[in-house]
Each structure stands twice: as C-alpha cells, then as structure tokens.
Design a binder for this molecule. Structure first.
Ligand code: FE2
Length: 173
C-alpha cells in the first residue's frame, strides 16, 4: 500500500485550519523537497542559519541551513516538543543524558538521511546536531509550542547557560 503524503504547502494550509488532525499525524505524512525550501534558505560562513517560515502559538517551523562543519552546542528544548525533518544532505545527531551531577554524557549517535523524521523532548535528554559531511545540508524543525530560548551546556565552564534564539530570516507562509 502506498503511504499517503502531504506537501509542505498542504501541511501549512492544514495548520491554519483549527480542526486539523494531530501534528504527529500530519508530520508522519510530510514529504519536503529541496525545491520546496530553497527560497527560504540562507547561508553564512559564521554559523548555521535559522529561517522561520511559520509561527503561531501552536507551532514554529524553521528552515535550518548547515554548511559543512557547522553545528549546535549541547542543548535542551525548554519543555517543548521538537521534530526534525531532514530535507537534504546528511546530519549527525548526538544524544546526551545528564549524569547525577547533571553533566551530559554522550549516548546514541545517528547519521540522519534525507526524508527521515526524528523527535526529541526534554524527557529524552539533550542533543547536538552537526553537518559532518562535505556538502550543505538543510533540516526543517517543528517546535510545539514555540520557544525563544534554551539551555546550552558550556563545555569549558562545565555548566548550563541560557541561550536566546533568534532568526536570520523570517517569512510568512
Ligand atoms: Fe534541538
């Protein structure tokens, strides 16, 4: 049986309808191509970029663009749900669980391929995401409900610090 699929455009139009099915259900059917998000992608030599394409009190959708070698520090998700859809390229996701002293210890590591959807919330620990390939990569992040700060583990200081999050570009789809 062919799995039903929905496009990003259709996904967002369904979000705008208050009677839409559960987010998890819609995400399980989502299929996004490079062409769908190219116009909302931006690139920086300094850091990966965060490009918001949809935001309301229920969900925030961000296109993250990773040049080779760019990645996040170890971070949490402020009690929110976070799904990551791999649009193209390869991303390494390293997960961590805090020990009794709250120091994050590395657990599982995965290379995420295009089309894959992963999920994390604070009950599952922390993670880092990094483009370990030689090619650009783009991931689409869904946060329910939206947050604008998170907790980051400072490896040098061996302590958590609050990090404010911002957008490199903002779109309204
Ligand atoms: Fe994350």
């Amino acid at each position: 049986m062919i799995k039903p699929s929905i496009s990003l455009k259709k996904f967002i139009s369904l979000l705008k309808d208050n009677t839409h099915p559960a987010l998890e259900f819609l995400l399980s059917q989502l299929v996004v191509s490079k062409d769908d998000i190219d116009s909302y992608s931006s690139w920086s030599e300094e850091n990966y970029t965060r490009n918001c394409i949809y935001l309301n009190e229920e969900v925030e959708i961000i296109v993250l663009c990773w040049k080779p070698g760019q990645g996040t520090p170890i971070h949490n998700h402020q009690g929110q749900k976070c799904w990551v859809y791999q649009v193209y390229g390869e991303i390494e996701e390293q997960r961590y669980e805090p020990n009794e002293n709250q120091v994050p210890l590395a657990t599982t590591k995965d290379i995420v391929q295009a089309g894959a959807l992963s999920y994390i919330d604070d009950s599952m620990g922390y993670h880092t995401i990094k483009n370990v390939s030689n090619e650009n990569a783009v991931t689409l992040h869904f946060y329910a409900e939206p947050f604008n700060a998170c907790k980051v583990f400072d490896v040098k200081k061996q302590q958590y610090v609050k990090k404010e999050l911002s957008y490199d570009t903002k779109w309204t789809l």
